[in-house]
Design a protein around this ligand. Structure first.
Ligand code: ADP
Length: 416
């Protein structure tokens, strides 16, 4: 509001001043023309006008000045300040008779008000050598009525104020809506940030409460041996591990949010980042009586941070293993989709219902909280996965694996 007001007021003042000064300049120019005309009175002998006493006739007497204004009045004072051209003023005399000669104002441009009429005036002392005896040796006050110009300036001022006010209101309405639109993503991310902090605090509190409970319980039995309290100790250790992984994940997210993680992008082929993380899962999955199938055949050139993609693969394989029951099948395969390379981790597990398909990539979102707490999740894995894919200008989504289970598709751009 303030900046628009300042802009409009400044603009208004500049325009108004320019208009005012140009109006006064043109009036002063007219008066100057008259001064020049009076001072250069031509020889009376050459004049055709029979009335040499009418000073207002100097335009007609000599070469008429085409720029001389009609609103001009000329008052001639003698040295004693007496008005000497009463007759030539006609009915204007009744208005102008109150004007007194002030010799100090010689050559000064002034704006004077007489009977509510505005005049721009200049007083000159005409030399005794002037050819017009009416002027010679006298003081001549040239006055030009400027009521029309003042009226125009006032009208202009009013129009300017009204216009600027209307435009200011329009600018305010527009800026209000623009600001609102611009604020949307900020408000959204601010809300997300607050939710994130709340969720993080909540997630941290649960294991801490459990550890505190177990430690307090053990304190009540100071004479017991460690072996007797193995269960309490192991539960506490589990929670410490959970806390550890949670803080690590939080740190990963916070670092990528603030873009402080340095990424090592390089040109590479899928062999160099898919094989390593897959290897340990072969044993883990088989040991859980599940089937692991690998079908990676494409070798496009990609530009990526291998460690980050490895981390992404671990998250997806870990989830597939977690959410697939015994005898289920976990599969990883790849395919080319136009200028994109896709690798897909599919499982025959619990699957993801449609309404959760987007939400599971949000921070701390878990489909079944109680079940997932047991399986050790905090709902941060897929949020990290999405962040990794985003920095690689790729795309990650989940689709159904028929007849049951889910398929997580990671799409990465191919470097040509
Ligand atoms: P969590 O640590 O809880 O697994 P994630 O962010 O990795 O957190 O996953 C978010 C949620 O998405 C999980 O809680 C789970 O409900 C769902 N989910 C992830 N992967 C799978 C999968 N392979 N099958 C079924 N549900 C899954």
């Amino acid at each position: 509001m303030a900046s628009f007001a300042i802009l409009f007021i400044t603009l208004g003042l500049i325009i108004f001043n320019l208009f005012q000064s140009s109006t006064y300049k043109s009036i002063d120019k007219d008066i100057r023309n008259q001064v020049v005309a009076i001072k250069k009175q031509p020889n009376m002998q050459k004049q055709t006008n029979p009335d040499p006493h009418d000073p207002n006739n100097h335009f007609i007497n000599s070469k008429p000045d085409p720029k001389a204004p009609f609103q001009a009045s000329i008052l001639v004072f003698n040295n004693k300040g007496k008005l000497t051209n009463k007759s030539s003023l006609g009915n204007r005399y009744s208005v102008l008779k109150n004007i007194k000669l002030n010799k100090r104002n010689v050559n000064l441009k002034q704006t004077i008000v007489v009977n509510n009429m505005n005049f721009r005036s200049i007083l000159i002392k005409v030399s005794k050598k002037n050819n017009n005896p009416m002027y010679a040796g006298n003081y001549v006050l040239i006055m030009q009525n400027i009521d029309t110009q003042i009226q125009a300036i006032q009208n202009f001022e009013q129009i300017l104020i009204v216009t600027f006010f209307i435009f200011w209101i329009i600018a305010l309405v527009i800026s209000y809506f623009l600001a609102k639109i611009n604020m949307l993503p900020i408000v959204k991310s601010w809300k997300q940030q607050t939710e994130f902090v709340n969720d993080a605090a909540h997630e941290l509190r649960t294991p801490l409460t459990i550890i505190q409970g177990k430690l307090e319980y053990m304190l009540t039995k100071p004479n017991k041996k460690i072996i007797d309290e193995a269960e309490a100790i192991s539960v506490s250790l589990d929670e410490v591990n959970r806390l550890n992984s949670l803080t690590n994940n939080l740190l990963v997210l916070a670092r990528s949010d603030s873009a402080t993680t340095k990424l090592n992008f390089e040109l590479t082929k899928p062999d160099f980042f898919l094989k390593d993380p897959i290897e340990p899962f072969k044993d883990i999955i088989n040991s859980q009586s599940k089937v692991f199938q690998i079908n990676l055949i494409h070798r496009p050139t990609l530009y990526l941070d291998r460690d980050k993609i490895k981390q992404l693969l671990i998250i997806l394989l870990d989830n597939a293993t977690k959410y697939t029951p015994k005898n289920g099948t976990i599969k990883i395969y790849d395919q080319m989709e136009g200028s994109k390379y896709q690798f897909v981790i599919s499982d025959t597990g619990v699957g993801v219902v449609d309404k959760d398909k987007n939400k599971i990539f949000d921070r701390f979102y878990r489909v079944d909280k109680s079940r997932n707490t047991n399986s050790g999740g905090h709902g941060l894995g897929l949020a990290i996965a999405k962040q990794i894919v985003t920095v690689h200008k790729g795309h990650i989504y989940v689709r159904n694996n028929l007849p049951h289970g889910s398929e997580f598709v990671v799409e990465l751009p191919i470097k040509h």
